[in-house]
Design a protein around this ligand. Structure first.
Ligand code: F6P
Length: 537
């Protein structure tokens, strides 16, 4: 067993013991400690993070911080920020934090040229956005998937109300033609342009959507030069973009060392620069940079990235909770659960560690969620009374721009009530006391069904307001949680080999689906599916 494996085992044992002992009864932790709510809340730039409804104790945090030192977690953070190879299986750095270092801020000698390149890329993005707007482009359609879709989409949905006059974004990710059709049917081709957003420039969905968009422009009478003037490529493979006919001045390249799901800060954010303007985009970067500084420098005991990572590991490895729900009490953040799903599950959903050792501990939870209050009327039943404990992250903004009287107070009251109810629960005697005839066996059976176990954990992040700064900070905080929890498990959070096999098999299957190739080498179930499809279509 390597030294790291021993430390990891020690951490997991610490978490398991805590889950069975001091951390087993959250309500008792509150009862024992009147200062708990204050001590486990953190002031962050533009936000307040309440971790008190998690089974953290001073002793656990102290012991985990000691282990983090022995695991050289601080060095792992420095390695990330200083551009060392943190993505070992692909031999790359992960440069998303460098993208948000503001212009004029000193960086190490080794990173200076890259940082300068990133700053000039920002200026090119700004100029191209203005050029398109000046040419009468009113809708920019982002054709990209995964990390080349979710980041810009999340931020645009969050901040779209601040879009510059006469500029809007649309997004098409799926290879399902219905997705493209739903967008194109409302567009004027002369007032629209397409961003082909793909780091690899080889992704099936994006390439097919790009070809079909070009075909659609042709069908609407646009000439080839007019079409190419309506294409922008954002990629780490500029040659492939040139080969598709994208003009040189419309190619925005970014580094291979920016991971797809960490790429909203790069040229992948170009649609945001067009729609919101470069100043807003810089605010997004600044918000992220402030969190970077917090995570890099704050002691572990008050480090939001570390504490969120510790909580995640406590849930998975200590308590064995299988999933994590992200519930946003802000319609504008509706995309966040999906965004965090990719961030966390594609980064840490691994069962082999960085040295090739099979993990004997659970890794990424299933991340899912939705928008409150709507989901209170859907899956919250299971969160309160289901047999699995599902930790919840609540996210809301304290101030909003609309002036519909009373709505926001009601929204926040709902969020607070859910967290309180998950913690408090309701005992059988309490439920029975609400029955008019407690001696009646039917009333007793009903009361048992109205018991809430309580003791269910949640985190609450209250932003001061939803703006570019706070959205940047929020995303960066979650990135660091993922990196730090991955590092403590010994996982490489920056590769994603698990997406390969399905893609390879799809390439083999497609000619069998179309009938260009005979069926062979398939399991009988898959073959039956294809036969059924071919006879039914
Ligand atoms: O299939 C997974 C993935 O590689 C993601 O990691 C990535 O964000 C997405 O596909 C899109 O990739 P690309 O930007 O290369 O088209």
């Amino acid at each position: 067993m390597s030294d790291f494996s021993k430390l990891r085992t020690e951490l997991v044992q610490l978490l398991r013991l805590h889950a069975l002992g001091a951390g087993a009864d959250l309500r008792a932790m509150f009862a024992r400690d009147p200062g708990r709510a204050q001590r486990f809340a953190l002031e962050l730039p533009g936000a307040w993070l309440d971790l008190s409804k998690q089974a953290l104790s001073d002793e656990l945090v102290y012991a985990a911080a000691q282990l983090a030192e022995r695991m050289q977690l601080r060095d792992a953070l420095k390695a990330l920020f200083e551009g060392h190879t943190v993505n070992a299986s692909e031999g790359r750095a992960a440069l998303h934090t460098l993208l948000r270092v503001p212009e004029g801020t000193p960086v190490t000698e080794a990173l200076r040229d890259r940082h300068d390149d990133m700053q000039s890329a920002l200026r090119r993005m700004a100029a191209l956005g203005e050029k398109l707007a000046g040419e009468g482009i009113e809708t920019l359609v982002n054709l990209g998937i995964g990390g080349s879709d979710l980041g810009p989409r999340l931020v645009y949905e969050a901040l779209g109300a601040q879009a510059l006059h006469g500029r809007r974004l649309r997004f098409v990710a799926n290879v399902d033609g219905n997705a493209l059709d739903a967008v194109l049917r409302h567009l004027d081709p002369r007032r629209s342009a397409f961003v082909l957003a793909s780091k690899s420039f080889s992704t099936q969905e994006t390439r097919m959507n790009a070809e079909s968009a070009m075909h659609w422009m042709r069908a609407h009478g646009l000439s080839e030069p007019e079409i190419s003037q309506r294409l922008v490529a954002v990629t780490a493979k500029p040659d492939a973009a040139r080969a598709m006919g994208v003009p040189e001045t419309h190619i925005l390249a970014f580094s291979e060392a920016v991971g797809g799901r960490y790429s909203v800060w790069s040229a992948i954010g170009f649609p945001l620069v067009y729609a919101l303007g470069i100043a807003r985009f810089r605010e997004l970067l600044d918000g992220a940079h402030q969190i970077d500084q917090h995570v890099l420098h704050q002691p572990w005991e008050s480090n939001a990235g570390f504490l969120l990572a510790l909580i995640e590991l406590l849930h998975r490895c200590g308590f064995g909770h299988p999933s994590h729900a992200v519930v946003v009490y802000d319609e504008r953040l509706a995309r966040l659960p999906e965004y965090l799903q990719q961030l966390e599950m594609e980064s840490n959903g691994k069962s082999v560690d960085v040295s090739g050792e099979t993990m004997s501990y659970p890794t990424a939870p299933v991340v899912w969620g939705g928008v409150g209050t709507s989901v209170q009327h859907a899956f919250f039943q299971a969160l309160h009374q289901g047999t699995d404990v599902v930790p919840v992250s609540f996210i809301a903004a304290a101030r909003v721009e609309h002036d519909f009287d009373g709505h926001h107070d009601a929204l926040i009251a709902n969020m607070a009530a859910q967290g309180a109810a998950l913690l408090r629960g309701r005992s059988y005697p309490e439920a029975l006391a609400q029955e008019s005839n407690p001696a009646d066996p039917a009333a007793q059976a009903r009361a048992r069904q109205r018991v809430f176990p309580g003791n269910r954990p949640s985190t609450t992040l209250l932003l001061e307001q939803l703006d570019a700064h706070s959205v940047g900070a929020l995303i960066a905080l979650m990135e660091h949680k993922v990196y730090l929890s991955g590092r403590m498990l010994g996982i490489n959070s920056f590769d994603q080999w698990g997406v390969e096999l399905g893609k390879e098999i799809c390439v083999q299957l497609l000619p069998m689906v179309t009938g260009e190739a005979a069926m062979s080498g398939l399991d009988s179930s898959t073959e039956a599916l294809l036969r059924r499809y071919r006879s039914t279509r």
